[in-house]
Write a protein that binds this ligand. Structure first.
Ligand code: HEM
Length: 213
């Protein structure tokens, strides 16, 4: 455990933790998106996917505990890095110009991260911690998306997730030392394509579900 605390104390250790847990979330998002795309196959197809997933029983529980652990590490180290950056520059620059390759995605990482945390809590209350007796997962999702406010909240949250991922994807590979002139453009393009898949794949779902319900 002492190596873990020592890792969290060093700046590069914190960045490594962010990168590894971030890549774990990217894997989760890819799996969650693939599963949710079964909604486009209609009610039966989505319910059958959810039943198969739940039939994995203990494996799903282990994955959930893993996700929770990753979330704890990612949020704690993210906050520590944010505070480190802040305290190492107590006097704010008067001109906050975007320079040196800083993008909207990179500058907004702490804020989009907090917004995603709030969204995930809201999302789990809606779809995960609900009484599922006598109903189906498709009914739960389609009832939520009858409400235009839910549709708007989901679309806004998914744009934020896509923005966070567009920077986090290639930044994680850079932290892991793969900052090679030959490979970085590939990671950047893959990150852009993945964030577009997340944005359009998840983002259109609430609208589609509200149309077929
Ligand atoms: C329109 C978009 C989305 C839909 C329709 C959707 C749907 C669902 C549903 C139905 C569940 C509950 C599964 C169950 O308990 O049987 C779920 C769980 C979950 N979703 Fe989403 N989701 C969406 C987007 C997202 C996004 C963007 C994220 C992350 C930023 C996310 C993170 C999660 C997490 C962490 C869980 C809990 C997983 C688990 O318990 O194993 N979801 N989602």
């Amino acid at each position: 455990m002492s190596w873990f605390i020592a890792t969290l104390r060093s700046s590069i250790g914190k960045k490594l933790m962010m990168a590894l847990t971030g890549l774990g979330f990217i894997g989760f998002l890819a799996g969650h998106l693939a599963g949710n795309l079964t909604i486009y196959g209609g009610r039966e197809s989505f319910n059958s996917y959810a039943e198969h997933l739940h039939s994995l029983g203990v494996f799903v529980r282990v994955a959930e505990i893993g996700l929770l652990f990753f979330a704890f590490i990612h949020i704690t180290t993210g906050l520590l890095l944010f505070l480190d950056n802040f305290s190492s520059r107590p006097v704010r620059y008067r001109v906050n110009k975007s320079s040196g390759g800083r993008t909207l995605g990179s500058r907004s990482m702490p804020y989009t991260g907090i917004a995603i945390l709030v969204f995930v809590i809201f999302h789990l209350i809606n779809f995960h911690f609900v009484d599922k007796t006598g109903t189906t997962i498709f009914n739960i999702v389609s009832t939520a998306f009858q409400n235009p406010i839910y549709i708007a909240v989901y679309i806004a949250a998914i744009v934020i997730v896509a923005l966070h991922v567009s920077h986090g994807f290639w930044s994680a590979f850079q932290t892991l030392g793969l900052n090679h002139g030959k490979y970085m453009p590939i990671f950047k393009t893959a990150g852009l394509l993945f964030s577009l898949a997340v944005g359009f794949g998840f983002g259109f779902l609430p609208v589609y579900v509200s149309m077929i319900s």
